[in-house]
Write a protein of this length. Structure first.
Lengths: 685, 630
């Protein structure tokens, strides 16, 4: 294995994680260049090559893996700066995206504005055709109506066309015909079909997934193809891989088939990073958390697999496809603490961001933030924030908390700071409970893996409050996601619909269906260069009790020919999952199946990791200072260690503070930290 | 989000200090538990009315049956659950034990209407009764004389279906299978409704589990203390809200289309008295009780009084007992707003629940015009369809309450109305089914489901659009039961805004094209060669249409949401028909012209009953109109 590189484009910085043959990690940050995102990558690559004394060509030639993630697709949707696109739908149904599901959040607030339609109504055009729920033709497709619609969209100069017809999931023929006709009228304009992007029932979700794909396609196609061309021309031997919202990678070509998979492409890599270092501790059940400046992300990883969801939304639109279930709330170092007119204290979701930032940054911010509370409590060392590169002023933290929290609540500044710390922790704990306890998972059996600059200050306390036994703070906690990219597998999902009931199972049809899906998945992975041993195919099915409308996804055994006994096992898995999630199940009832899927996984090659020799040096060699810190009741002198001098074999007993360049670890009483052979911190709670 | 008490309030409230941070943490925790109860019910219910439409609510009460926390669900439920729970606890006083599940749907025991079934379990911790975990779910069927749980044509409570006064379904942890069998034996689709019952029980048991975990974590005494603090907090904030409102008595009037028995324009009047720290809503003067199903139960009356007021206060005030105790509803027994036994209240939650809230909103428009929201379309064009599904090997009965074509919401002071909002009683808490799911689950083909242009009231903010929907059965004839309102009495406009169109529904012969129009209530059989068409009204407009930004008007015009005539005559828009560019100067002068000739803007429009011209405009020679057909 040569070098592997992960590149994550964020709003401010483009992060590079380079791992060499010995597993040594080089981190590099380059300013992002939003107008031409590839420019930041090119500059960073040149600098990385230069730092290693190599030409760009030699550097790229030495890479065995190049994985890229970015928020480009997400930002295109959020900022609505994509091109004008059109939608072709079944006549009589052009308001599917306007009518949504009829639901309005915030029951008692009528001043909430209705969401703006993603494609205006005049660009949503119906064509004469109709299929029924079995895929039978009720009204044949009228080619003239398609041509008329295509001409109208041409006149509006659309850059892509989405096609979402009713019941195309059972019979895609009409959609395919529409595509051919539209391509004749609008040569060169991409046409995206709902039956390709999300072959699943529910027209609102499917139409949105298709629209979003069409909206993203022109922009990311231009960007990714140009980037891939540049890399190839400059010596990269391997295909450029893109991290997708399902937590796996895919080639540029595959992503452009289903552009919606390019959404949320950065955060989806977090769980992979968490799992990577949990495995080294022989753990497969972890809660991956990432706390940065503005948000807190949490994802459950069970049995080595990240939780998935089909409920993901972007800009009030359902994404529909199965995505890594990263639950995000507005809780970060920059989250603002405020007291409302009723005398209630709130923390977040508003953030002071990077500018003006927390009050202590002395950049004009006057609102107290979580970081300010951490400064007042002594958790953050004012002289060693970001390794001393950013000067912070504790006086400003105190003043902000005094004015905005302590005075209105009639409590001391220290009590207020402790309150902010406790409340933001509580908000994050609620987020963790929402993805664990509320889904029938007991977090006490999990370990917490902590990423993000602010995470380690809060994590040990939160994990202990949740009754967890162990928290892992990786060496590379500050660049969680870009590291996660280089350890992510390639993943493609293939889905088909076939309605059937457990009492009338046609096992032969199920076998034929899985054979087809697996052949597709295998062919795609082989084409991407995976050897048979690297390929894993995971089967699943969506099941529900008849007339129930929400499905649960259950695994299906992988065998050439499954039989009735295997399906009985699937049924039992469904009942058990239903009971775990919802307190009851109905074993005497039959079960309906509708969607059948296969995840094709191409295993990433093992990325080496540098190991530290076991040291017998005393931990006192890493001691920096003793300073007053408020952990329980009042300030007490507390030992502070230099994280970079903590090596394999050392242990630190709480209460203690460990200061590192990009993060600070706060250990409470009875918590014990040990350094493992990879330099990760393992905290026993 | 979190809320903490300031230390001042704490000093005032009690002997032992309340820690503001623990207070916030627990307030959050209650909200999370109520939310989890809601998710459990939504994801596990078997019929679409609960699982997709979410016609249910979950709430947590303390041991004294005071509401502590409700999920953001169906307001007509959540703001009346305390009425029924109090009766349930009164009936079983001295016999409430760990492991009990008590069920009730009796409107004369404080429930909303027979279709809503309440399940409640007491939550014990170390032998102490700490909480009630409660859900209310609208059942697809309750054994009425016709296949709907909202029989608009019922004449008394006996016709509505099975009435369940407070009854234990579980006694000390043991299921009373005989009682459950009795319940299910009275229902249509009872295999599915068994699933719905289990989903409701799963929800309250989940709530119970979480409440016990929380109590174990903090201790029973501590939890009780903080529950009191949560009530005090809402109480104090609600008092402050009311103190800041203008004092006096404010009157609102409206009309119900019909009572389901052919009597039209039933009068409803609300006198809203804003006192120092209390608001009273008095429906005295409304019409006498009707012989039909459109009468309010006491639960509906209480909730209808409160919901519009809750929309006018700071949304961060918890809607718990401390808040709700400041609002009282009054109506004489035997009136349309408070039925006398055995009068029917089968459709009370929406009719007269919605008109009653309209009357309160109209009174609030006088008192607090800057917070006024325009009228909603009420539950219109929402049929309960049923028949026999012969698509599979075995024919089976089917039934669905279909919200897909529902009416629009009223415009607010700062926002346009939302589509599909229909009833204030749900306030956007119901989800519609979608076309593919409807067709997969039920033997129907939806032919059309699109915005009806010009269906909404106009104004600075316009109402949410109405919908034109057409569907037919693909498996023999189907029954269509309507239980709505607001067609002949359209949603009102406020502060110069115009009303919605009213709209209506009809069945049309696919061979002759002849239409039979139907009032908002009634029963029709739609035969296999007929199509059922509904044109729902949009919501009312808010504010002067001439103040609506020209580009917003032009966008609606280009999108076909409003017609060229409306853009020109109501909004005074001038535009280039090719490019849809606004002609600013011409628009200004057009608006000046309209302003000079139109007269004074009304606070509320219309001010008379049966104001919708829609039916008259749409009926053609040969068509018929059916008023409340049975």
């Amino acid at each position: 294995m040569g070098h592997v590189l992960g590149v994550d484009i964020g709003g401010t910085f483009t992060d590079f994680s380079l791992v060499d043959e010995q597993g040594r990690i080089t981190l590099w940050k380059e300013a992002s260049t939003p107008k031409d995102p590839a420019q930041g990558i090119k500059t960073g690559l040149a600098n990385l090559a230069k730092a290693r004394g190599l030409s760009l060509a030699a550097f790229l030639d030495g890479l065995d893996l190049f994985v890229h993630g970015s928020t480009i697709a997400t930002n295109t949707v959020i900022q609505r700066n994509g091109p004008v696109i059109g939608l072709i739908c079944t006549e009589g149904f052009r308001d599917v995206i306007f009518l949504r599901n009829g639901f309005k959040p915030e029951r008692f607030n009528w001043n909430l504005k209705p969401p703006e339609d993603f494609v205006p109504r005049y660009l949503r055009l119906g064509v004469k055709e109709r299929l029924d729920y079995r895929g039978n033709v009720v009204t044949p497709l009228d080619a003239d109506s398609v041509r008329t619609a295509a001409k109208a969209l041409k006149a509006e100069n659309v850059k892509a066309v989405a096609v979402a017809l009713l019941w195309s999931i059972v019979n895609p023929e009409h959609e395919r015909l529409v595509k051919r006709l539209v391509e004749q009228e609008l040569p060169g304009v991409p046409v995206v079909l709902s039956s390709d992007v999300l072959p699943a029932i529910r027209e609102w979700e499917r139409t949105c997934a298709t629209l979003l794909s069409a909206y993203l396609l022109p922009g990311i196609a231009a960007y990714l193809q140009e980037l891939e061309r540049f890399l190839k021309e400059n010596g990269l031997r391997r295909p450029l891989l893109i991290i997708q919202l399902n937590g796996g990678c895919a080639s540029v070509e595959a992503v452009l088939q289903k552009p919606i998979y390019a959404l949320a492409s950065g955060p989806a890599a977090g769980p992979a990073a968490a799992l990577h270092c949990a495995k080294r501790e022989n753990l497969a059940d972890v809660i991956a958390v990432d706390m940065g400046g503005t948000s807190f992300d949490v994802c459950m990883v069970t049995g080595g697999q990240a939780s998935m969801t089909k409920e993901m939304r972007v800009e009030d639109m359902p994404v529909g496809v199965a995505a890594v279930d990263v639950h995000s709330i507005g809780a970060g170092g920059g989250s603002i603490a405020w007291v409302d007119k009723g005398g209630a204290l709130h923390v977040g979701p508003q953030s002071a961001g990077a500018d003006p930032g927390p009050a202590c940054y002395a950049q004009g911010g006057t609102q107290p933030t979580v970081t300010d509370a951490n400064v007042v409590l002594g958790y953050i060392n004012p002289d060693y924030f970001l390794g001393g590169r950013r000067k912070i002023d504790p006086v400003l933290s105190r003043a902000a908390i005094e004015r905005a929290v302590a005075k209105p609540l009639g409590i001391s500044v220290e009590e207020a700071a402790q309150g902010i710390f406790r409340l933001v922790n509580n908000n994050m704990i609620s987020a963790i409970r929402a993805v664990s306890v509320e889904r029938g998972i007991d977090p006490r059996n999990y370990a917490m893996v902590v990423g993000g600059g602010a995470g380690a200050i809060h994590a040990a306390k939160m994990a202990a409050d949740l009754g967890m036994k162990k928290a892992i703070i990786p060496r590379y906690a500050g660049v969680f996601c870009s590291y996660g990219m280089v350890v992510s597998d390639v993943k493609h999902d293939h889905v088909k619909t076939m309605a059937c009931n457990s009492e009338r199972l046609d096992v032969a049809r199920i076998n034929a269906l899985y054979a087809e899906l697996e052949a597709r998945a295998r062919a795609e992975l082989e084409e991407e260069g995976f050897a048979p041993v690297q390929i894993e195919l995971r089967r699943y099915a969506d099941a529900k009790y008849p007339s129930q409308v929400h499905e649960l996804t259950v695994p299906v055994p992988s065998k050439a020919a499954i039989d009735a006994a295997d399906m009985a096992q699937v049924l039992e898995a469904f009942h058990a999952l239903h009971e775990r999630m919802f307190t009851y199940c109905v074993r005497q009832s039959s079960v309906d199946f509708f969607h059948w899927g296969v995840s094709g996984i191409g295993r990433a090659a093992e990325v080496p990791a540098e190991e530290m020799p076991l040291q017998t040096r005393s931990v006192t060699s890493a001691l920096k200072a003793e300073r007053p810190v408020l952990l329980e009741n009042g300030f007490a002198p507390t030992l502070c260690y230099d994280g970079s001098r903590l090596v394999h074999g050392m242990t630190v007993d709480g209460p203690a503070i460990i200061e590192q360049e990009n993060t600070t670890v706060v250990l409470f009483k009875d918590q014990k930290l040990a350094v493992n052979r990879f330099g990760d911190f393992i905290v026993r709670l | 989000m979190t809320g903490a008490l300031s230390r001042d309030a704490i000093q005032a409230s009690g002997e032992q200090p309340i820690d503001p941070i623990t207070f916030s943490v627990l307030l959050n925790r209650f909200n999370a538990i109520a939310r989890e109860m809601t998710l459990t019910l939504e994801y596990t219910a078997w019929t679409s009315i609960l699982a997709l439409v979410r016609d249910f609510s979950c709430a947590i009460f303390d041991g004294q049956a005071r509401q502590v926390c409700m999920a953001d669900a169906i307001p007509i439920h959540t703001n009346s659950l305390h009425v029924v729970l109090r009766e349930m606890t009164r009936v079983f006083e001295g016999d409430i034990n760990d492991g009990d599940v008590i069920v009730c749907n009796d409107p004369y025991s404080g429930n909303t209407h027979v279709g809503d079934v309440v399940t409640a379990c007491p939550v014990f911790f170390e032998g102490r009764h700490m909480f009630w975990s409660v859900t209310k779910g609208h059942q697809l069927d309750i054994g009425s004389f016709i296949p709907t749980s909202t029989p608009a044509t019922a004449r008394d409570i006996y016709q509505e279906g099975l009435t369940i006064p407070p009854v234990k379904f579980y006694d000390r942890g043991k299921a009373r299978h005989d009682v459950i069998r009795l319940y299910l034996a009275n229902l249509r689709y009872n295999d599915q409704l068994y699933g719905d019952l289990m989903a409701q029980l799963g929800s309250i048991w989940n709530g119970q589990r979480r409440l016990q975990e929380m109590t174990a974590e903090y201790g029973a005494d501590e939890i009780s203390r903080y529950v009191d603090a949560i009530h005090d907090y809402a109480d104090r904030r609600m008092r402050e809200e009311i103190r800041a409102m203008p004092k006096g008595e404010f009157i609102g009037e409206t009309w119900m289309d019909s009572d389901g028995q052919g009597n039209e324009d039933i009068y409803i009047r609300a006198a809203v008295t804003i006192g120092e720290e209390h608001i009273t809503v008095d429906y005295t003067g409304s019409a006498p009780q009707t012989p039909g199903a459109a009468n309010a139960s006491i639960g509906v009356m209480q909730a209808a009084s409160g919901v519009p007021i809750l929309c006018c206060i700071d949304p961060t005030i918890p809607h718990n007992d401390g808040c709700l105790r400041h609002i009282t509803g009054i109506a004489p027994v035997g009136s349309v707003c408070n039925a006398k036994y055995p009068g029917s209240t089968a459709i009370a939650t929406t009719v007269p629940g919605d008109p009653m809230q309209d009357a309160v909103w109209k009174a609030l428009a006088v008192a607090l015009p800057e917070r006024a929201v325009a009228g909603f379309g009420r539950v219109q064009c929402v049929p309960v369809l049923s028949g026999t599904d012969q698509r599979g090997d075995v024919a089976k009965d089917w039934g669905v309450m279909l919200f897909n074509g529902a009416s629009g919401g009223g415009a607010a002071p700062h926002a346009d109305g939302w589509p599909l909002m229909m009833t204030l009683s749900a306030s956007g808490g119901l989800k519609s089914l979608g076309v593919e799911m409807s067709e997969l689950l039920y033997p129907m083909l939806v032919e059309r489901m699109e915005i009806e242009p010009d269906s909404m009231g106009h104004g600075k903010h316009r109402g949410g659009a109405g919908i034109n929907m057409a569907l037919r059965s693909i498996s023999g004839p189907m029954e269509c039961h309507l239980f709505g309102d607001g067609a002949s009495n359209p949603p009102h406009g406020v502060l110069g805004g115009t009303p919605g169109i009213g709209g209506g529904n009809y069945r049309e012969s696919q061979t002759t094209g002849v239409r039979a129009y139907c009032s908002a209530k009634g029963h029709m059989t739609i035969s296999a060669d007929e199509t059922w068409v509904s044109v729902s009204t949009g919501g009312g407009g808010n504010g002067d249409p001439l103040e609506r930004p020209a580009d917003a008007v032009c966008r609606d015009l280009r999108d076909g949401v409003i017609s060229a005539g409306t853009a020109r005559d109501v909004y005074g828009l001038a535009w280039d028909p090719e490019t849809f560019a606004v002609d600013e100067a011409a628009t200004r002068s057009q608006r000046e012209r309209i302003k000079a000739t139109r007269g004074v803007l009304r606070l509320l429009t219309p001010e008379r009953p049966s104001a919708s011209p829609w039916l008259k405009e749409h009926m053609r020679p040969g068509d018929v109109f059916l008023l409340d057909p049975h």
